[in-house]
Design a protein around this ligand. Structure first.
Ligand code: IPE
Ligand code: IPE
Ligand code: MG
Length: 235
């Protein structure tokens, strides 16, 4: 048990499902299936860590450009996840929220998302934020448009726009900035994830492919985070 960490929020780029499957001579979608199973595993592990927020990059705006078959398989896995895991989510007092461009999603998925968000809204042990059809530049643009609209409607003047106000126009308005970012699979890039919110986040890159990323490695990263000195530009 490590419930004494200062870490409030872990964001993860769950990468490497395709390569994990390829190495085993299996189709990419098999890797995604294992990856989805690992979401359940890591969500359970988070409960033990004492960290209150977990944001998972499940599908990016750019991932819509993958093959039709892969996109369809990923969306089906999401449906299955929501159907199968809803009971455990409620039992474990987990609140689920989604960030991203919902209009791009199939109607039934939009409906499911709305339902699980509403039904889990009162849960308090862990907030699981799923970035789905999410792109950070798109999110920032959307916030900028909202700010411009407020200004044109004379509800704010341009000088009123502060870091705090801008943050409140993002999808993540109710969620603290991540303390830890983890990217699996050895890639060291951000891939349009939480660009604004990661300004002072501690970064951790691991070569482990997402389906193999387990509780021990997660707890190890939290321990390493606990020893890092965060300076926020001060001396
Ligand atoms: C991450 O695994 C899952 C999604 C992006 C949906 P990838 O599918 O990107 O796996 P690799 O990077 O090709 O191995
Ligand atoms: C980022 O992974 C998106 C998700 C994990 C959902 P990608 O595999 O899509 O990113 P790139 O293409 O390697 O930058
Ligand atoms: Mg990838």
């Amino acid at each position: 048990m490590m419930s004494d960490t200062l870490c409030k929020h872990i964001a993860i780029i769950m990468d490497g499902n395709g390569r994990w499957a390829k190495k085993r001579g299996m189709p990419r979608t098999f890797g995604h299936k294992k990856g989805a199973e690992n979401v359940v595993n890591i969500t359970r592990a988070m409960k033990e860590s004492g960290v209150k927020y977990l944001t998972l990059y499940a599908f990016s705006t750019e991932n819509w450009q993958r093959s039709q078959d892969e996109v369809t398989a990923l969306m089906q896995l999401l449906r299955d996840y929501l159907d199968k895991e809803f009971k455990e989510i409620m039992e474990n007092n987990v609140r689920i929220v989604f960030i991203g461009e919902r209009d791009m999603l199939a109607e039934d998925i939009q409906q499911k998302i709305k339902t699980v968000e509403a039904e889990s809204a009162g849960n308090t042990d862990l907030t699981l934020c799923i970035a789905l059809s999410y792109g950070s530049r798109q999110e920032i643009l959307c916030a900028a448009k909202k700010a411009m609209t407020l200004a044109l409607e004379k509800k704010i003047s341009p000088n009123d726009l502060s870091v705090e106000m801008f943050s409140s126009l993002l999808y993540t308005k109710d969620i603290p900035n991540p303390d830890i970012l983890i990217r699996t699979s050895g890639e060291q890039r951000i891939s349009n994830y939480l660009l604004w919110q990661l300004a002072y986040t501690e970064l951790f890159f691991t070569n482990t492919m997402w389906p193999d990323f387990g509780k021990d490695e997660l707890l190890d990263i939290i321990e390493k985070f606990n020893t890092r000195e965060r300076r926020y530009g001060k001396n």
